[in-house]
Ligand binder design. Structure first.
Ligand SMILES: Cc1cc2nc3c(=O)[nH]c(=O)nc-3n(C[C@H](O)[C@H](O)[C@H](O)COP(=O)(O)OP(=O)(O)OC[C@H]3O[C@@H](n4cnc5c(N)ncnc54)[C@H](O)[C@@H]3O)c2cc1C
Length: 484
């Protein structure tokens, strides 16, 4: 059996793999992305706080600090280039005591060394003008105007869609389980399928250590899975906060935050608990209580009854405390993008640049493609009905009457939007893929009214029986058997 040869194989389609694919797509290269999950953003990138941190948290001189500040600076441009919702809303770290104020000053000094622009310590008057609902006990805040928010999975899809448009191949449900080396190529297998590549990028998130083990390497740190749980509040609560609100960090960590999201919800969380399994995304009663308590310290009047969903994500926390992005010491042309815990999302644009530089230094020849397509604008092909102006809606319905059929009432998603998502460069063929690309099922009713209709559209458009439509994973069929 012939095995397709690539210049570069990227293991993992989280934000680290996605940004690497996006960077490489500019050049005349054959690149493949191998992802264990059914979709882009199947790991930590799927469930996190979505904050583009300014960069005052990471210790001075670390790779994390360097890439966070640079990533934050680049994010707005990348988001605009790809038509991804982003807002530079700024963040406030709130202090209540003299001890907190001392800590805020330390954070500010660290941020200045790291190169974070515009940091300021503000007093309670200004804080309450900016955020009227913040506790009256709050006395100070560290204001970071460069911080922002972005949708993590939309960003990852956009990066991968752009790469796919420029010729990058994607294999989903390709869980790398063995890597051999033969005649200048790494042979990367998932048990059944294999590809070969001259260069490999290990961007497997929580599983980078296992991938390193497949080439006989032990990373110089362990990966500890730390779960963070969340509550997401209904859009009606958007006035709770207009900036990302943190409390002053303690020995227990950054604490609970409250933030607007780019889609107009309020996100509350996360806690941070070490879990036994890297795949443990369960939500617990104690976890939710911890989050509720933490949130009420910041905004005592927060309406947690407006929670529309809860979820959890798992951080790939390295015991070394820093990002580890470098060529393997044992295996030439094998690059680890490891230990990418928070602020991995914020740092992503800079991680892409950094990996590209490593590849250049490892001898990868980069000549620019003449037919490179740099954008993925919403105007061009992925603008959703709810984002369109009245004129654009009339035009969309004229071209395709399915844009007149509202499927998700909460988020105003039409059948036309669903069909567009099903046929995009990285096609959506499960309920959750549709949800994350169009927001159908993400509103107040969480899909209770529209899930069946979405399943019907997938079934008819992908030409599969309704009983074969999945929620997310390969064995998550919605329908079990006929009852009548
Ligand atoms: C609770 C929480 C809150 C966070 N908040 C923020 C925040 O506000 N701001 C911020 O900047 N960062 C935040 N982060 C961190 C951020 O989410 C991560 O740094 C980032 O998503 C890591 O991306 P990644 O691509 O390295 O890993 P992942 O997103 O985990 O991607 C790795 C991919 O590799 C795939 N994979 C694994 N094993 C294999 C295999 N054997 N074969 C093929 N594919 C494989 C996985 O399926 C996965 O899709 C948070 C993280 C968590 C969990």
């Amino acid at each position: 059996m012939s095995v397709t040869a690539y210049d570069v194989a990227i293991i993992g389609a989280g934000i680290s793999g996605a940004i690497t694919a996006f960077q490489l797509a500019k050049y005349n290269l054959k690149t493949v992305v191998l992802e264990a999950g059914i979709d882009v953003a199947s790991g930590s990138t799927r469930a996190n706080s979505a904050i583009v941190h300014a960069g005052y948290d990471a210790k001075e001189g670390t790779l994390k600090a360097q890439l966070n500040v640079r990533g934050c600076e680049l994010m707005e441009g990348v988001a605009a280039q790809l038509g991804v919702h982003y807002s530079r809303c700024g963040s406030l770290v709130i202090g209540y005591t003299e001890k907190d104020l001392k800590h805020l000053k330390l954070l500010m000094a660290r941020g200045e060394v790291n190169g974070v622009p515009g940091l300021e310590i503000i007093d309670e008057k200004r804080l309450h003008e900016m955020e009227p609902k913040v506790s009256q006990d709050a006395k100070y805040a560290l204001w970071a105007p460069s911080a922002g928010i972005v949708c993590p999975y939309d960003l990852a899809y956009a990066l991968c869609e752009n790469a796919a448009t420029n010729g990058t191949k994607f294999h989903f449900e390709f869980k790398v389980s063995k890597i051999d080396y033969d005649d200048g190529y790494y042979i990367v297998c998932d048990g059944k399928k294999k590809v070969k590549a001259k260069y490999v990028i290990n961007a497997a998130g929580l599983f980078v250590d296992e991938i390193a083990g497949m080439v006989g390497e032990k990373l110089p740190f362990d990966i500890i899975p730390r779960r963070g749980e969340y509550m997401l509040l209904d859009k009606g609560e958007i006035k709770t906060a207009s900036h990302t609100l943190f409390v002053t960090p303690s020995e227990k960590g950054k604490g609970i935050l409250i933030s607007p999201t780019v889609d107009g919800n309020i996100i509350v969380g996360p806690n941070a608990n070490v879990v036994d399994s890297k795949l443990d995304t369960s939500v617990t009663e104690e976890g939710l209580e911890e989050i509720a308590e933490g949130a009420m310290v910041i905004v005592p009047s927060i309406n947690l009854d407006a929670t529309i969903t809860t979820f959890a994500g798992v951080r790939a926390t390295p015991t070394s405390g820093d990002f580890y992005i470098q060529e393997s010491k044992k295996n030439k042309r094998f690059i680890h993008v490891a230990g990418i815990e928070s602020p991995g999302l914020a740092s992503a644009p800079a991680i892409g640049e950094y990996v590209l530089d490593i590849l250049k230094n490892c001898g990868l020849e980069l000549t620019e493609r003449e037919d490179y397509i740099p954008t993925r604008t919403r105007e061009g092909n992925c603008k959703l009905f709810y984002e369109m102006s009245e004129e654009e809606r009339v035009e969309a319905i004229k071209k395709d009457p399915r844009y007149a059929k509202i499927i998700c009432r909460c988020e105003m998603v039409t059948e036309g939007d669903l069909i567009n998502a099903i046929h995009r460069p990285i096609p959506a063929h499960t309920i959750d893929m549709i949800k994350r690309r169009t927001r159908a099922g993400m509103g107040r009713c969480q899909g209770n009214y529209c899930r069946a209709r979405i399943a019907e559209v997938i079934s008819s458009e992908c030409d599969i029986p309704l009983s074969e439509v999945k929620k997310f994973y390969s064995n998550s069929n919605l329908l079990y058997r006929k009852t009548k």
